[in-house]
Ligand binder design. Structure first.
Ligand code: MEV
Length: 308
């Protein structure tokens, strides 16, 4: 029996979400504790099996519109439009929480279909195909999620440029907390675009400010200056709050983290819900913050160590 397999992981944006859409740099980390796998099996019909739908791909609900589009694009590219198979998607990435779930599903599925047909897949083709899905999911994607969900290493990313991978020379720990609220990347991106039109001077200044924070972040990650990095995270959160990207739940978990000893804290990803990050220089404080966040109604937390 012929089959194909593809895999991708989650992501955390450490610095530069939203400003990255405006061609400012961002830093994103591959988050391999959560993954998506896609398996393709032979079938007489083109079907999908995932949490949103079990049945014909063409009968999928709206949440799978991006998947449907990417599968069609892959089949067109491979000159296999009449082929049928079963797509099985298994994921531990929380959906709609700013962890890159949509990009990871697209990447895993593209890789699996190429594998099923025994065709080798280059990074540029995979990125272009994943962006078809991301454009439907997010409207105006920078491309960061499509890149980092298949990257083995942290990325320093500028839209439309080849991403730079780098090694973190730091012993920091991040506590990642899921607010339990669905993030709304598409709406948050659109609302910032509107604010940018209404108040271009101030919004442009904050976007450029976030870009500078990203450049300083890269420096502090390579010199292990965690206190300075924490301060940058706090500044980033202030900008994102003023831009209207945060919400009261994120603000609350961010300030609880700082009160519990975090060196800095901020939302991560699209905002309007989703996840936040808190930085510490030791695992004990990280555990304490994690417990406090769980007691404060966080849905789930993860510990991420910068050390490879
Ligand atoms: C979403 O994970 C990150 C945003 O910056 C959007 C994008 O980069 O396309 C909010």
């Amino acid at each position: 029996m012929k089959s194909g397999f593809g895999k991708a992981h989650g992501k955390i944006i450490l610095m530069g979400e939203h400003s990255v859409v405006y061609a400012q740099p961002a830093i994103a980390l591959p988050f391999k504790q959560v993954t998506v796998t896609t398996t393709i099996n032979e079938s007489d019909v083109l079907s999908v099996d995932c949490i949103y739908h079990k049945g014909l791909l063409k009968d999928s609900p709206k949440q799978l519109e991006n998947l449907q589009a990417v599968v069609e694009a892959v089949l067109l590219k491979l000159n296999k439009v009449d082929e049928t198979f079963r797509i099985i998607i298994e994921s531990t990435i929380p959906q709609e929480r700013g962890m890159g779930s949509s990009a990871a599903v697209a990447n895993a599925t593209i890789a699996a279909i190429y594998d099923y047909f025994g065709v080798s897949l280059d990074a540029k083709t995979q990125f272009e195909l994943a962006q078809i899905s991301e454009t439907i999911a997010h409207g105006n994607p920078s491309g960061l999620d499509a890149q980092v969900t298949v990257s083995a290493k942290p990325l320093y990313f500028i839209k439309d440029q080849i991403p730079e991978t780098f090694d973190i020379m730091s012993r920091g720990y991040l506590v990642i907390a899921d607010t339990g609220e669905k993030g709304q990347t598409r709406l948050a991106v659109a609302s910032l675009q509107e604010k940018h039109k209404q108040n271009p001077g101030r919004v442009e200044a904050m976007i450029k400010g976030l870009g500078s924070l990203t450049n300083n972040t890269k420096e502090y990650l390579t010199t292990n200056n965690l206190e300075a990095l924490g301060a940058l995270m706090n500044t980033s959160q202030s900008y994102l709050r003023e831009m209207g990207i945060s919400n009261s739940t994120l603000d609350r978990l961010v300030s609880i983290s700082v009160q519990s000893g975090a060196l800095g804290a901020k939302l991560t990803g699209g905002g309007w819900g989703g996840c936040m990050l808190a930085l510490t220089d030791n695992p004990q404080t990280a555990m304490k913050i994690s417990e406090t966040l769980m007691r404060s109604n966080a849905r789930q937390t993860w510990l991420y160590s910068f050390a490879p």
